[in-house]
Design a protein around this ligand. Structure first.
Ligand SMILES: *Cc1c(COP(=O)(O)O)cnc(C)c1O
Length: 449
């Protein structure tokens, strides 16, 4: 029984469940997409909240230039480049046997400074917001003062009285841990079994306490939540529900808008933007998509990508059960090489508030992620971690269903032909070389298969 219904009855009422349970690659364009202006009312946050987050990140720019010199080229702003992918596009045409439409671009959050993944947006933002509040209350800082004071022994001494806890499959822990430890906080990261050893080693080398569990992400998060509940001096970063994380991700959109303009790419009703976002618990892609909808409105189409073994958001939205159901309830094991996406139960906040703003969901097999990892490295010289490849097949999935999609979305054939397709690459630049070689070897093997 799953939410009062037998699995067979679920398969009858929701036919794609059969494919998901059998771990087949599956695509679903939702019937619930609504006009942006209408659907944005579902989200209890707005453009002012994103602007507030953006202003906070700007206030910290002087701190970052001092504490993390790798942010000097971007003047203390943690941001990644966009890049066109002409060679990968050719490789995808060949792999999927179709001439894919429009222009193919990548957003390289894989190369974000400090922690090398999309978590350098939300995770770091939440730590900064917490640190700022404490420092303001203690009179260590003023809103219009120089935030470089936070990069001093006195500030670190001050923050060392406080604790931060988080549950993670790896990258969120890496971001919270590296940022929190640099500010002086005592950080504990509760890591799920999926977390890669090098991420735990790196954190420990920076003085972060890493707790390891044999179980999956949900248990790691529960442990972090418990730790913070018993300790008033401990801030828990709640990956499943945090609006701060969400807003940290959302700031990406205004910056992307500037990058696209600089690259000469126009986004409007006649030139739509399709964005393919790897999804774990949903906060990262949800927050980015929220920001994109605020900036581009109906001209942007957001599509979430998950591993065939962890389709938690797909299942949650498709069944309408959201966080009341896990992939394990449906007999899906949540075991995947895409460790950043190894989440069995989606964020209820993101699923419920964002479902009318998201256009579709699809799943990708681990073999395909490895094959795409090899193809992306070979064609473009970009080394990504398995999770970060989930967005790559999106344009082919869309194209395979495009007649149906155009009808549903009201997009014209002409506009579709002028679309820009953006793969959100979420991690990989910090993967140690031997680990990357092993991923590449697996990809080569799949392609020879
Ligand atoms: C965390 C993560 C994601 C997805 O973010 P969620 O907030 O968990 O949905 C995607 N890719 C990578 C590499 C990640 O670490």
């Amino acid at each position: 029984m799953i939410a009062g219904k037998m699995l067979d009855d679920w398969k009858t009422s929701h036919p794609l469940i059969k494919d998901l349970v059998e771990l087949r690659e599956t695509t679903w364009f939702t019937p619930v997409r609504a006009p942006t202006a209408e659907a944005l009312k579902d989200v209890p946050l707005n453009a002012h909240d994103v602007a507030d987050a953006s202003a906070r990140l700007n206030r910290f720019a002087a701190y970052f230039q001092s504490a993390f010199p790798e942010t000097l080229p971007t003047h203390g702003i943690i941001e990644s480049d966009i890049q066109q992918l002409p060679s990968l596009r050719g490789a995808l045409d060949a792999r999927y046997g179709q001439a894919l439409p429009g222009a193919l671009w990548i957003k390289k959050d894989s190369h974000l400074p400090i922690s090398g993944s999309v978590k350098a947006r939300g995770g770091i933002y939440e730590v900064l917001k917490h640190a700022e509040r404490l420092a303001l209350e203690a009179g260590l800082l003023t809103l219009d003062g120089n935030y470089e004071v936070l990069d001093t022994p006195q500030a670190r001494e001050f923050f060392s009285q406080y604790r931060i806890a988080v549950g993670s499959t790896g990258n969120l822990g890496l971001s919270i841990g590296l940022m929190g430890a640099r500010l002086g906080f005592q950080v504990t990261v509760h890591m799920s079994a999926d977390a890669r050893q090098w991420k735990k080693d790196k954190l420990r080398a920076h003085g972060v306490t890493v707790m390891e569990y044999a179980s999956d992400y949900s248990i790691a998060v529960a442990q972090g939540r418990q730790q913070a509940k018993d300790d008033p001096g401990c801030h828990f970063v709640d990956d499943e529900n945090s609006t701060d994380l969400f807003l940290g991700y959302a700031v990406a959109a205004e910056r992307l808008n500037r990058q696209l303009s600089l690259a000469g790419l126009k986004i409007d009703a006649e030139h739509p933007l399709f964005v393919y976002l790897p999804c774990g618990v949903g906060g990262g892609p949800g927050g980015v998509a929220f920001g994109l909808k605020l900036v581009f409105g109906d001209a942007v189409h957001c599509i979430f990508a998950e591993p065939t073994h962890s389709p938690c958001m797909f299942l949650g939205v498709y069944t309408g059960l959201h966080d009341e159901v896990s992939v394990q309830d449906f007999g899906i094991d949540n075991i995947t090489a895409a460790d950043g996406l190894a989440v069995g139960r989606a964020s209820g906040f993101v699923g419920r508030t964002m479902q009318r703003l998201i256009d579709g969901y699809y799943t990708v097999s681990d073999d395909e992620l490895h094959a795409l990892l090899w193809l992306t490295a070979d064609s473009e010289g970009l080394n990504l971690e398995p999770s970060a490849l989930a967005g790559v097949p999106g344009v082919a999935r869309l194209h395979a269903h495009y007649a149906e999609y155009l009808q549903r979305s009201g997009l014209s054939v002409e506009a579709y032909a002028c679309a820009t397709h953006l793969i959100w690459a979420t991690g990989g630049s910090m993967v140690p070389e031997p680990e990357m070689q092993a991923y590449l070897a697996q990809g080569a093997q799949v392609l020879q298969g």
